[in-house]
Structures are given as structure tokens and as C-alpha cells.
Design a protein around this ligand. Structure first.
Ligand SMILES: Cc1ncc(COP(=O)(O)O)c(C=O)c1O
Length: 384
């Protein structure tokens, strides 16, 4: 039995996405900027997909711009937003547990003279609103926070942050919603934000495609320059097959949404309860309840090296992750797990299980059996 539990790293594309992309590539390969019928057909495909993505975001389609994925969306939003407001102030705020696409972009802005603030998080990965309030001041021009953390699943209070920012005048609020899109209803988060980044491959869509929502009236200075596509926010010939596939994925992700999420939560809880009952000496790093998205469960097995456990499970065709697949930390230690205060042994023994709508309770019974055996055999050696 193959059990794929690395859905926060990437997901299996929907069959409908694959067939739509294949159809677009073979039959509608025109350039949307061309003036002839083939160009017009390609433009129509982009337009239809934009509507689907904007519906999923509860946004106007004119406020949604296609990008080359989550990393590029984060870069355009943060560099573009901060640089547009730099005459007003130079302070930008984020958290310690962001994705490298945000953290490295903040570092790049430090080189340009911006003052950066990295908010602390509690032992499950949530920021402290009082600390945020005390940092938000007249000099602040941009705040960037993730909606759902990719390693823990923790949901940030983005609506409250949005309210506080709204009272401050001109401050842009960017939400990295790469891990929440398709997992949470986006309405309240999008209405709290000026800029929202999402990505295709986390929602059973293609890789290398994403979108940036830019609230009407939000002026940014995109770092990408070129031929004017996407209203100069992300110029470059449109990735028409990717866009078409992303549109289908966004539409399918929100079809029968409540049932899908309830199913994911049931699968997650089944695994969690099984691990709690059958494996001793563990630390559950994610929230067990709805303060975490249904998609992620992070657990430490002290006395076990996560990497060793990962490869033992791989032998059984169970695919998990040790934290983040795209960690920027050279030592390989997760900056997220460090920020929530884990000890070295707990960081090294952490496994991230990340779920999709396609996982089943039966799969979790198999995972639990194999996990139990693997943890026991590793600990036999390390705890002699
Ligand atoms: C929270 C978060 N932001 C941004 C990204 C980057 O997205 P992409 O892989 O589409 O560049 C990821 C991907 O892992 C992510 O989890």
C-alpha cells in the first residue's frame, strides 16, 4: 500500500488538472498576447482560470494576478509593497516561523535599509498579539504573516492582525496563504489583507504556478519588469497550461469543501489517537484541535532520528517529511521547531505527517503499525 503523507510539500495533481493541461498544451498553445484567433483562445483560457481562482479567494478577478508560484508571489508582494511605501517608513514586521520565501526576502530588504522585526511564537506556533501591537507603529509599512504554518499547521490570528493594521493608516498586510488555500475558507483572511499569496501545487494543481491577490487600490512596485503581462505585476508570457490547471484545482478544492475537510480531520485524528495510545514518550507539536489546519500533524519521537524513521517508512511505501522540505537552515534544524522551544532531541525526532482529501482511515491503520515497529526498533539501538 502506498501512503503519501507529504501533502504540505506538494500534492498529486487531480486527474482533471492533468487532462486539462494536456489538452491546452496540445490544442491551445497560442500566446495570449497574439492578435490572431489562437492568441484569443489562449487569453480566454487565462480569463476563465482567473475567475475560478478569484472565486476560491472570494476576490474580484481583476485583483488576482498569476505568478510563478508561492515563492515568487511572496517576493513580489513583500519587495513590491515595502518599496512602494518606503518614503513613509522603513519598518517591516513578520514572524520567526515564516517560510524562507518570506524570511529571505525580509533579509534582502534589510540590505536596503529596512528595519525588520521577527515576532516570537508560543509553543504551538502562534504569534502574540500584544507583542505585535507593541511593534506596530508609525514607521511600519508592511506586515507579512503566514495563515497556516507549513510545519505545524498552526493557524495565525490574521483577522485580528488585519483589524489592528487597519487602524494604522497606510500599512500593507500580506498573508502567505500557500498552506491555507484549499484547506480553510479564505473569505475572512482575504478581506483582512491587502496582499495574499497562494500556490498551485499545494492544492492538487501544477507546480510553478500561483497567484497574488492585490486588493484594489494597493499600489506596489513589482520587482519583475518586462512586457506588461499581468498588468506589469508579473510580466512574462503566461504559463497558460499551468494557469488552466491551477484554475481547475482551485475550483475542485472548494467543491464539497466541508465534507472534504471533515474527512481530512477524521483521518488526522485517527492517526493522532493511534499514536498517542500505542507509542510512548512522544511530543505532539501541532495543536490537536481546530486551532491547527486539518492538513498537518507534527510529532516528535525522542530517541529517534527523524531522517532514519523517514527512510524506514519509505521502505514500506509510506512517505512523510522531517519538518519542512524547503528549510533554509544549513544545519538542517528546523527554525520553526526551534522557535516553538523544542529541545534538540525533539527537533531531530520530529516527523510531519501532512494529509490530503485522498488519504483514508485504513491507510492510517497501516501507517500506525509500521510506525510503531520502526520507532521501537530504532529506540532499541539508541536507548540501550
Ligand atoms: C508557507 C509557504 N509559503 C511559500 C511556499 C513556496 O511556495 P512554492 O513552492 O509554490 O514556491 C511554501 C512551499 O512550501 C509554503 O509552505
Amino acid at each position: 500500500m502506498l501512503v503519501y503523507l507529504d501533502n504540505s510539500a506538494t500534492t498529486r495533481p487531480y486527474d482533471e488538472v492533468i487532462s486539462e493541461m494536456s489538452h491546452v498544451m496540445s490544442s491551445s498553445y497560442g500566446n495570449p498576447s497574439s492578435l490572431h484567433r489562437m492568441g484569443f483562445d489562449a487569453e480566454k483560457i487565462v480569463k476563465a482560470a482567473r475567475l475560478k481562482v478569484s472565486d476560491a479567494l472570494w476576490a474580484h478577478s481583476g485583483d488576482v494576478y498569476f505568478t510563478g508560484g508561492g515563492t515568487e508571489g511572496d517576493n513580489i508582494a513583500i519587495l513590491g509593497g515595502a518599496r512602494a511605501l518606503k518614503r513613509k517608513g522603513r519598518k517591516i514586521i513578520t514572524s520567526k516561523i515564516e517560510h524562507p520565501a518570506v524570511l529571505e526576502t525580509f533579509k534582502a530588504l534589510e540590505q536596503e535599509g529596512f528595519q525588520t522585526v521577527y515576532l516570537d511564537v508560543d509553543d504551538h506556533g502562534v504569534i502574540n498579539l500584544d507583542q505585535f501591537k507593541s511593534e506596530l507603529d508609525e514607521q511600519t509599512v508592511l506586515v507579512s504573516l503566514m495563515h497556516v504554518n507549513n510545519e505545524l499547521g498552526a493557524i495565525q490570528p490574521v483577522e485580528e492582525v488585519g483589524k489592528l493594521i487597519r487602524n494604522m493608516g497606510k500599512v500593507y498586510f500580506h498573508i502567505d496563504a500557500v498552506q491555507s488555500f484549499g484547506k480553510l475558507d479564505m473569505r475572512s483572511a482575504v478581506s483582512a489583507a491587502d496582499l495574499v499569496t497562494v500556490s498551485g501545487h499545494k492544492i492538487h494543481g501544477p507546480k510553478g504556478i500561483g497567484a497574488l491577490y492585490i486588493k484594489h487600490g494597493t499600489v506596489i512596485k513589482s520587482p519583475v519588469t518586462g512586457g506588461g503581462q499581468e498588468k506589469n505585476i508579473r510580466p512574462g508570457t503566461e504559463n497558460v497550461p499551468g494557469i488552466a490547471g491551477f484554475g481547475i484545482a482551485a475550483e475542485l478544492a472548494y467543491k464539497d469543501f466541508d465534507n472534504k475537510i471533515a474527512h481530512m480531520r477524521k483521518v488526522r485524528t485517527h492517526l493522532l489517537e493511534g499514536i498517542k495510545a500505542e507509542i510512548e514518550d512522544i511530543r505532539i507539536n501541532s495543536f490537536e484541535d481546530e486551532r491547527s489546519a486539518a492538513s498537518v500533524l507534527n510529532i516528535s519521537f525522542p530517541g529517534v532520528r527523524g531522517e532514519v524513521l523517514l527512510h524506514m517508512l519509505e521502505q514500506k511505501e509510506i512517505y512523510v517529511s522531517t519538518g519542512s522540505a524547503c528549510s533554509s537552515n544549513k544545519k538542517g534544524q528546523s527554525h520553526v521547531l526551534k522557535a516553538i522551544g523544542l529541545k534538540d532531541e525533539e527537533i531531530e525526532g520530529a516527523i510531519r505527517f501532512s494529509f490530503s482529501q485522498f488519504n483514508t482511515v485504513e491507510e492510517m491503520d497501516y501507517v500506525l503499525e509500521e510506525l510503531k515497529k520502526a520507532v521501537k526498533s530504532i529506540r532499541k539501538v539508541t536507548r540501550r
